[in-house]
Design a protein around this ligand. Structure first.
Ligand SMILES: [Zn+2]
Length: 504
């Protein structure tokens, strides 16, 4: 391990830098802990090593990397969708939209419209609900629709603007399904105990947060990128007493090192069109179900639509070196060059592995997830520490993200920093910050670090920045008081965790 602790701020008291706001907020930074987070992803260190950047000047490494990318004919972007596939996908979308579009004449059934409006209103989109009803010709003659619209208008008028600087952001890693396999005494046990959350803990956390009035929003609700590229504050309207929060999950790659440790192995679409996890039990049986954040939250919101603001779900922070969502889509699996040992072992164990099929399957899952409210962010391709990496190294890394991850997940304007390692201190990014300048030039506008304070939100005219809180074994064990605004750790704690949780 060549991990370095970035000697950034340990504890500072900061005033909020909200543009125009200047509301003093106490911000406690503990980047040391932030740095120490995420250490379970030790594979990334190997991934970094394969670049050979440590032994060369960054510029040389970068141009060599570019040359390699350009020269390797096998190393084509994963994006290429044939026109036929594109057409099929388009047709699929059209058919689904036609089925969902209740405002068309053929489906302008009163009950269907009322149902659609009801769901929009349950998710606080009262304006959308009213439009759904009013924009249909039946509205003029339907008492039911008029009554419903009037009720939604009343509810809309009763909403209050939620203070953006008081929006907390919580995050998780892949959830532990089988604690006896994760905590089996092998070398990964300590990291899992520190950095991961179990399925039972996660289910309890979201139930308690829901009961306490929390509602899931997106950073894209908190800040809006204008057509001219500048950023403005968003407006989140909620009934009084509701509390907005953001949720993200890091490293949803189902890395090779997690095999046989009691985690899900990939996200799939089931026969009902729902996103589920594939999970291989200890006896080798493969089952499909709610074994990680995505399907658990989907099922919960299906039952409690009012946990989501305008249909929002969470954000997945994605690397690329082991592929995405359990699909081995990185270029190395195709070129078979620069493979790590676990990648070689995977290919050897799966002689029928078909790279193109893999990419296609991943894209299908991503498409369904996006339509269902999920969003994706870059977590850097190689789980790089953006604080200690140079701007040139981050550029090389981001090119790989753009080449192998973006074609599958789509473009993103958000970076969720690996290790929580930010590219600037709490005061904000300055125009002479080369890393920020580069990321900005590639379209990134939303940046998230790790911060133990309840709220850390910066919205300037250029970018959005938010701190995230780890709700994992380490935090729950050592600092339960820091989570008391969210839940009582004693009600959530999974007693099958070995204690004490190892110190970092
Ligand atoms: Zn990570």
């Amino acid at each position: 391990m060549k991990k370095k602790m970035a000697g950034v701020l340990t504890t500072v008291l900061a005033a909020s830098l909200l543009a125009g706001g200047n509301i003093p907020v106490t911000v406690q930074k503990d980047n040391m802990i932030a740095e120490a987070q995420d250490e379970g992803n030790t594979q990334s260190e190997d991934a970094e090593a394969q670049d050979g950047e440590d032994t060369q000047s960054e510029e040389a490494a970068e141009s060599e990397e570019e040359a390699k990318v350009a020269a390797d004919p096998e190393d084509q972007p994963a994006a290429t969708e044939t026109p036929k596939e594109e057409k099929a996908a388009e047709k699929e979308t059209q058919e689904r939209e036609a089925a969902e579009d209740t405002s068309s004449d053929t489906a302008s059934d009163e009950e269907a419209l009322l149902k659609k409006a009801k769901k929009q209103a349950q998710q606080y989109d009262y304006t959308g609900a009213i439009s759904t009803l009013k924009n249909n010709w039946k509205f003029a003659t339907s008492d039911k629709m008029q009554e419903a619209a009037a009720a939604y208008m009343k509810k809309r008028d009763a909403c209050v603007e939620y203070p953006l600087e008081e929006i907390t952001h919580i995050f998780f890693h892949s959830l532990i399904v089988d604690t006896s396999r994760a905590f089996d005494g092998d070398s990964d046990e300590a990291g899992y105990n520190q950095m991961m959350t179990t399925v039972s803990e996660f289910k309890k956390i979201i139930q308690i947060m829901y009961d306490n009035g929390y509602v899931l929003v997106s950073p894209h609700d908190m800040a809006i990128v204008n057509d001219d590229g500048t950023m403005s504050k968003g407006k989140i309207m909620l009934p009084e007493g509701k509390k907005a929060f953001v949720l993200s999950e890091d490293d949803v790659s189902y890395y090779h090192y997690m095999d046989d440790d009691g985690f899900a192995s990939k996200l799939v679409i089931d026969d009902n069109g729902d996103i589920k996890c594939e999970y291989k039990k200890a006896d080798g049986t493969v089952v499909t179900g709610d074994y990680d954040v995505v399907p658990i939250l989907d099922s919960f919101i299906k039952e409690h639509p009012d946990f989501s603001y305008h249909g929002r779900k969470g954000i997945l922070a994605m690397t690329g070196y082991n592929g995405v969502l359990g699909y081995r889509t990185d270029g190395a699996y195709k070129s078979k060059k620069n493979l790590q040992d676990d990648q070689k072992a995977f290919l050897k164990a799966n002689p029928d592995f078909d790279y193109d099929k893999e990419v296609k399957a991943a894209k299908k899952v991503v498409k369904a997830m996006k339509e269902d409210g999920w969003e994706f962010a870059s977590h850097t391709w190689g789980h790089r520490n953006a604080t200690t990496c140079t701007a040139a190294e981050l550029k090389t890394d981001n090119k790989k993200w753009e080449k192998y991850v973006a074609p599958i997940l789509g473009k993103t304007d958000m970076i969720i920093f690996a290790f929580g390692a930010d590219i600037g201190d709490w005061e904000g990014y300055t125009s002479d910050n080369a890393k920020y300048k580069y990321y900005k030039s590639r379209g990134y506008r939303y940046f998230c670090n790790v911060d133990s304070s309840q709220y850390f939100v910066q919205i300037t005219s250029e970018y959005f920045r938010q701190g995230r809180r780890n709700l994992d074994g380490y935090r729950m064990y050592y600092n339960p008081d820091m989570l008391s605004d969210l839940f009582d750790v004693s009600e959530v704690w999974d007693s099958s965790r070995p204690t004490p949780v190892p110190e970092m």
